[in-house]
Design a binder for this molecule. Sequence first.
Ligand code: IPT
Length: 480
Amino acid sequence: GPPAPYGALPTEAHLQWQELEQYVLVHFTPTTFQNKEWGYGDADPKIFNPSKFDASQIVNAAKAGGFKGVIVVAKHHDGFCLWPTKTTDYNISKSPFRNGKGDMVKEFEVAARNAGMKFGLYCSPWDRNNEYYGTPEYVTKFREQLTELYTNYGKLFITWFDGANGGDGYYGGKKEKRNIDRTTYYGWDTTWGISKKLQPGAVIFADNGDVRWVGNEQGFAAETSWATFTPEPTAGKLVAAPGETNSDKAPEGTRNGKYWKPAECDVPLRNGWFYHTNEDNHVKSVSELFEIYLKSVGRGACLDLGISPNTDGLLHPNDVKALKDFGDFLKKLYSDNLANSAVIKASEIRGDNEIFFGTKNLTDNDRYSYWATNDDVKKASLTLEWKKEQTFNIIRLRENIKLGQRIEKVEFDAFINGKWKKVATTTSIGANRLVRLPNYITTSKLRIRIEESPVCIALSDVGVFKEPEQVSLPKIKRDK
Ligand code: IPT
């Protein structure tokens, strides 16, 4: 039979989320028209007048970048709701957009579904406009907002809870500071109960949610990154909560952690989350995006890229181009998986059962079919052999995560000048691991040695790729 699962395991919602690998997060509110990052909740709704708004322009640009889902910030910290909510007047119906008859969340949803992309929503807990913020009445309203969002916009893949909250605002028009206890105020168990009931297929993003914040806004998971995590409260708090969690440990996660809580890497395409004209020339390049991709998707996390429409309600041409260039780059990178033309031999196959556990499962594009070893075999190797020499620099490994995250160390050898030569070492594998060799290698044999695992091997994928020539990565700035 199959190997026993190991440790904490993903839910069905986790698996669906994981398979997306990359999606975008759209920030667009009156804050855009104020040229700010965090709105104070003082903007007149009349300034929200994106006369050329076109959700499909934005969504299709993301799709061209290889992104498979769209999360819309339905309400940011400024409290302005992009849908005609019943909970507050501070919403789109008071703006000139579509003469006060518009629903921007709906327009984004329709555009995403038309593009074949998944849809998700962000609704800020912090609300710097709401007069009730800080009292129990606001929490009731916040839950009503979530209920509206969970009811009227179809099936969501994610519901996103920002830990940034509490402080200055124009609450009910009065400038004040309102601090709350982020661990107790929102009644997260009850609030997330609504999410689970109305959107059971959606993962909850939060420092201590179904998917964890990676702990920085650079989009970098750690070189060793576990999908399991044991969230702990910050000093002096009794429970972990968004904004009050040991997020310093989040880039790496917890080996053998209590819960399956893989990382989401959120990072904006520009410097900030909102559009600013003076950042038109600070749109990330293909090489910067590829570095982020390697350190997020390539380390088993998902990449959540922030995109920001301008005051016309469109993505700037520089952003559109950056996304398209990156998408074209990824297409080229993945256009030829050299593992498909290799003969792959394993040091052993579980129960000699080629069909269930053989090496054919490594190249069938199915994340859950796998090559496995016998129960007591925790070290094993694969050899890929080609008729002719091949040139490549990227190796992809995936485990069948339905059986948990198992492998802890892998080494790679290439057969060069008649000898095996070690070319790379890596650690955590999980849902996806991209190993990038600093230089192309040319060889007819590649050996993959799994050196450490607490249990037998259950590997689902081997990919071998050649990076398109034009890219050289930026000098690495920070790499935990
Ligand atoms: C940071 C929050 O503290 C964290 O909970 C999470 O929501 C994260 O944002 C999302 O990027 S605050 C940010 C200014 C680092």
